[in-house]
Design a protein around this ligand. Sequence first.
Ligand code: HEC
Ligand code: HEC
Length: 294
Amino acid sequence: MTYYVKMISFIPGIILFFWTILYIAWANPQEDSSKKLKSPPDQKKSAYKIPKLPEGPLGEVILLGQKLVENTSSDPLSKNYVGNSLNCTSCHLKNGTDPRAATFIGVATAYPAWSPRENRVITLEDRILNCFMRSCNGIRPPLGSRPSVAIASYITWLSEDQKIKQNAKTSQGPFAIPKLKIKSNKIDLSLGKKLYLTKCASCHAKNGSGRNDNPPVWGNQSYNDGAGLANTPKLAAWLKVAMPLDEPTLTEEESLAIAAYVNSNPRPRFVLSDHLPPPDKIGEYNFDPSKSKK
Ligand code: HEC
Ligand code: HEC
């Protein structure tokens, strides 16, 4: 009898012991981050959480980077490197935290990565500076300059706890925009124009010049023809997950037709030499134009 009483008095202790083990396994941060990586981010079911801001100067530089991503064309630190009225967040929606529209989440895990365009291995900083020259139609900021380091810090911070997996094929992070499945050889420009007028012109204007906070989608204040979005299948894939803003509901056919129409309009022409800083400001760019594609 006393034997059973002793056993029963142990039971709560045993339960507590197993409960503690289970809790430790569940709360283990490594487990948690591998879970995050397995499911590509999705607006609704993403397990992704914005990391805690580090203390001290690093945290301040990260916040500066976030500010520059949001106000690239107006902030005194970055505006001289931008040649149009776009900000990074115009395409990397919600400062790159939208999990689908060219997200910055996880991007730092892919770099240094192979870049077929530059025909060399590039760093995250290089990749950022390319978007200044092409998408923002501006001048490449010097490597190691404040805007470059601040934006790289911000993007790296958004990759906290994600597993490093350098990209040997192309300069893209793990959650890059998926390509559309439809072929791009049958494009209906007149359908694209009709859809643009009904679904996009209310914000971006009939002549593509944008209005108020809605940025220009063609013309001299938009991205140049060396930018990612100037490639029609890429723009179509981005539109599919990003536009109309807050309710991306286009079908693949509609995205492709609209993308072709948007890109059939005039925009700045990209000539690399016009976008590089003077030689003493360039750092190691290592660009070999004879080997590059564009
Ligand atoms: C006109 C639209 C546009 C603007 C403006 C723009 N980008 Fe991009 N950016 C893109 C697209 C499109 C990609 C390719 C995304 C993909 O392939 O999934 C890209 C790719 C990138 C990548 C690589 C992402 C990856 O998955 O490896 C980085 C980093 C980046 N941009 C940073 C910036 C920064 C910083 C700015 C502002 C200085 C900026 N971009 C402005 C459209 C833009
Ligand atoms: C409700 C207004 C609204 C509608 C409708 C809308 N957009 Fe946008 N679009 C925006 C805003 C705002 C941004 C910039 C995002 C930001 O700054 O947060 C943007 C960004 C863009 C960009 C990238 C930046 C640039 O200017 O090149 C493109 C391209 C674009 N939209 C195309 C379209 C197309 C095509 C449609 C129609 C299918 C569309 N948008 C519908 C508001 C809208």
